[in-house]
Write a protein that binds this ligand. Sequence first.
Ligand code: AMP
Length: 183
Amino acid sequence: MTNIIFLGPPGAGKGTQAIRLAEHLGLVHLATGDMLRAAVADGTELGQQAKTIMERGDLVPDELVIAMLMERMADASKGVILDGFPRTLPQAEALDEKLSGQIDLVLLLEVPEDELVERMLGRGRADDTEEAVRNRLVVYQEQTAPLISYYGDKGLLQPVDGVGDMNTIQQRITDAVSQSAAL
Ligand code: AMP
């Protein structure tokens, strides 16, 4: 079983790279942002609760996101590539418990803030207004960035330069994965 987490600010390119790595390793790609957008589009109860929170660029409450993800992890016996989860310490702790600490690698995709704003505004989705984009970066610093030392302390963190073309970044990621002691 191989479990890899993609960590990094919004707009860093986690989605694209997580999909590619999942294909490469034959693992399931689980993206909580995609699941939440699907719930909003389907108008489920979860979607109705999440919609305005996502539009503001805030985080959906831990208990909702944790329950949603755990349900989907049930059918991923070979392992998962997690994209956009965990985003808070309680989420990271819930994940440790679920996987009995079996996390192999945490890839931290690093991109300077100016470039992040530019990339996200260029995307033009409903949750990408300038105000929401700026808020998402603040939320990242406050609630998600503490996970860098959480996983760093466990010796699982591997920073990857997220600037460049997609294939170059993909190569950096495959190199980081093949150099990882746990894999
Ligand atoms: P993403 O596509 O990963 O950038 O996520 C889009 C939005 O979904 C975020 O701005 C949050 O509002 C929400 N979201 C996604 N993943 C999580 C998570 N792990 N915890 C809380 N909210 C999340």
